[in-house]
Write a new protein. Structure first.
Length: 200
């Protein structure tokens, strides 16, 4: 596996040497003679703050040294695929409720309404810093679901039952997608994979 120095971007073979569990020595870059990736020992919040500050070192750490690991790659695919499935489900179910004459601008408005009404997901960020029970995620998801329902009701002028059904189906598809991808990651003997799912 090929890594990069976060200071200069030079290719390095190893980021650290592990002598025993919990006992590592960070490697130095042959080009700039500095520690190749000091973010290995940093907490997630430090990495997040440096991302917000647009530090190039942090981006090099994430893009070259973290996302090359297969588990992170699958996690990123899982999140992206789940959100694509969520918005696709909203799009196709909305097609049944909206007039055919409304055009593309109506569908863009629908996606914008879903994005805006999902503002409560911002409360997931403190869960990275402070420990919350798993039920907090469930409560936030319920609030997002109800907020999405109200936004759809305003935009489509459909009945509440239809909007709840549309949101429930979209969130169920997203949940199912994330569960299937987790099964595929942790149980590679399962027959189906991402290529099979994308063919449907």
């Amino acid at each position: 596996m090929e890594y990069r120095c976060v200071q200069c971007g030079f290719k390095v073979n190893k980021l650290f040497v592990q002598y025993s569990p919990g006992n590592i020595r960070l490697m130095k870059c042959d080009n700039c003679k500095q520690v190749a990736d000091e973010y290995i020992e940093c907490e997630f919040m430090i990495i997040l703050i440096d991302l917000i500050l647009h530090k190039r070192k942090d981006y090099r750490h994430l893009l070259y040294n973290v996302l090359q690991q297969q588990t992170m790659d699958f996690k990123l695919i899982e999140v992206l695929f789940g959100n694509v499935m969520l918005f696709s489900t909203y799009f196709f179910t909305a097609k049944a409720f909206l007039d055919k004459s409304d055009g593309v601008s109506r569908y863009i408005g629908l996606l914008l309404a879903i994005l805006i009404s999902s503002y409560l997901k911002i409360f997931l960020i403190p869960m990275v810093v402070w420990e919350f029970p798993a039920s907090a995620i469930f409560i936030i998801d319920l609030f997002v679901l109800s907020s999405n329902t109200v936004a759809l009701k305003v935009l489509t002028e459909s009945s509440t039952d239809r909007c709840i059904g549309m949101c429930a189906v979209a969130h169920a598809v997203k949940l199912l997608t994330s569960q299937v991808s987790r099964l595929r990651i942790f149980h590679p003997a399962i027959i189906f994979d991402y290529e099979t799912l994308s063919s449907f």
